[in-house]
Design a protein around this ligand. Structure first.
Ligand SMILES: [Zn+2]
Length: 188
């Protein structure tokens, strides 16, 4: 799903039953070629794991989202590309699911946003880590039922969320169970 959020809006991404990775994108409302970029955030914050207190930036280092609260153990992947028809083929999966890249592109299209690139998303609740040899490892999400991440918009954004269906790497730790998005506009 996608929605416009104005500056000051609070966005809470909830994992109602656990077992759900949620891909998140954020685009600047006035210019979607400026968007939340994982590479720029790793550079800006010198970490691979963003946490409450960080202000997440765009591909032009503009402040987009303030990370307010996180009830999980803080493991949210910033490495992996969105799942797609091509990624399922790449990993030899003989099943095709509704995938996150298609979800993003359909949401942008339906919103009238002509932007056909899929930035690598911030994969909330997805457990990944890098070992000392530089290899990336996946684990099953440790998000429990009711866990959430709360963000605050630093500028006007169009945000997209995709409850990932992928079970490659057993990242969900079970069958994907869905997500909830709570939007609270700034009180004026
Ligand atoms: Zn996915």
């Amino acid at each position: 799903m996608g929605c416009s959020v104005t500056t000051g809006t609070t966005v809470r991404v909830v994992n109602p039953k656990g077992h759900q990775v949620v891909d998140l994108w954020a685009f600047v409302e006035s210019d979607p070629t400026e968007y939340l970029s994982m590479a720029h955030n790793r550079t800006a914050h010198y970490t691979t794991r963003f946490q409450a207190g960080h202000v997440l930036v765009s591909n032009r280092f503009m402040k987009l989202l303030r990370f307010i609260e996180d009830t999980t153990d803080g493991l949210h992947d910033s490495f992996h590309a969105a799942c797609s028809a091509q990624s399922y083929a790449h990993f030899g999966s003989d099943r095709q699911y509704p995938n996150c890249e298609d979800n993003l592109q359909k949401t942008l299209h339906d919103a009238g946003i002509a932007f056909q690139i899929t930035p690598p998303p911030w994969n909330l609740f997805e457990k990944s880590f890098v070992d000392e040899d530089g290899l990336i490892h996946d684990g099953s999400t440790s998000a429990k039922a009711g866990d959430y991440v709360e963000l605050n918009a630093e500028c006007d954004l169009f945000m997209v969320f995709s409850a990932c269906r992928s079970t490659i790497g057993n990242i969900q730790g079970g069958d994907p169970a869905g997500a909830q998005i709570h939007i609270q506009n700034r009180q004026t």
